[in-house]
Ligand binder design. Structure first.
Ligand SMILES: Nc1ncnc2c1ncn2[C@@H]1O[C@H](COP(=O)(O)OP(=O)(O)OP(=O)(O)O)[C@@H](O)[C@H]1O
Ligand SMILES: [Mg+2]
Length: 250
């Protein structure tokens, strides 16, 4: 199963989401490879902070060879690909190889407008790769804001399904990146970790419809909670937040 994270817009959360989803899938005993296909090398840098081995990370050399990807994809349950921003040939090649593409989009008009260009790329890829499925994922959502409330209606015009899971704008995502861990490793009881686990559930659910895994094979998140020693057990997410975010969560 190859899932790519794409959006021509930069800074929407492609890398953050790909890393956290990869860690969550690996935590449930799936074998996961994350391909860092972005020349910025953000995912590779994240891994280097703590030499994090939660999942395998593959730093992509210059070109994408289809046969190499097939071998890599056959060697694991989930191959996640973190794409660069922009509409380069590299992103087009990634889409041509993917089973599903997730487009992270944050609730802001600028981000929503830029979906058009991303979807044009997806449409072109679907001519070559008709089984490519595409989903929006709302990220960096600030609860209580009007634009956050309206985002699903605004995305509806594109005729692409938005995942039910949403990721809030939370300091835990930023801090976990800085420490070279996933949000679940950083603070397993935090809201951010809950969001990622819900996203993982949804991805597994959608994968089970096109793939051989059955629900019973999933390693339920709840069963893992007791086993894990937290990186920061006493982490209180709200205390890390600027007051305006804290208020918006109240
Ligand atoms: N849910 C979130 N809450 C708070 N901050 C976030 C969230 N997701 C991402 N960020 C922050 O937003 C910035 C951009 O995130 P990220 O690098 O994941 O985006 P990207 O789409 O991969 O960017 P690029 O297109 O440059 O590769 C980073 O500083 C990251 O820490
Ligand atoms: Mg990135």
């Amino acid at each position: 199963m190859i899932i790519s994270f794409v959006n021509q817009k930069g800074g929407v959360g492609k890398t953050t989401t790909a890393i956290n989803l990869a860690a969550s899938l690996a935590r449930r005993n799936f074998s996961v490879v994350l391909v860092d296909a972005d020349p910025q090398g953000s995912a590779t840098r994240w891994q280097a902070v703590e030499d994090n081995r939660a999942f395998e990370l593959f730093d992509l050399p210059d070109t994408i060879l289809e046969e190499e990807f097939e071998i890599l994809s056959d060697s694991c349950d989930f191959l996640l690909i973190d794409s660069p921003p922009g509409k380069s040939g590299r992103t087009r090649s990634i889409l041509a190889l993917s089973d599903s593409a997730i487009i992270p989009v944050s609730p802001s008009s600028l981000d929503i407008w830029s979906c058009q260009g991303t979807l044009e790329m997806v449409k072109a890829a679907q001519e070559q790769n008709p089984q490519l499925k595409v989903y929006f994922l709302v990220t960096k959502k600030i609860p209580g804001t009007r634009v956050a409330r309206d985002i699903h209606d605004e995305l509806e015009v594109f005729g692409v399904k938005a995942l039910n899971s949403e990721l809030g704008q939370r300091v835990a995502y930023v801090d976990a990146m800085k420490h070279g861990v996933s949000v679940t490793q950083f603070a397993s009881g935090s809201k951010a970790a809950e969001e990622i686990e819900a996203l993982c559930d949804e991805v597994l659910d959608m994968s089970s419809r096109v793939w051989t895994v059955t629900k019973e094979d999933f390693y339920p998140a709840a069963a893992l909670e007791e086993e894990e020693s937290e990186v920061m057990q006493s982490f209180d997410e709200k205390s890390y937040m600027p007051p305006e975010w804290r208020d918006s969560l109240a």
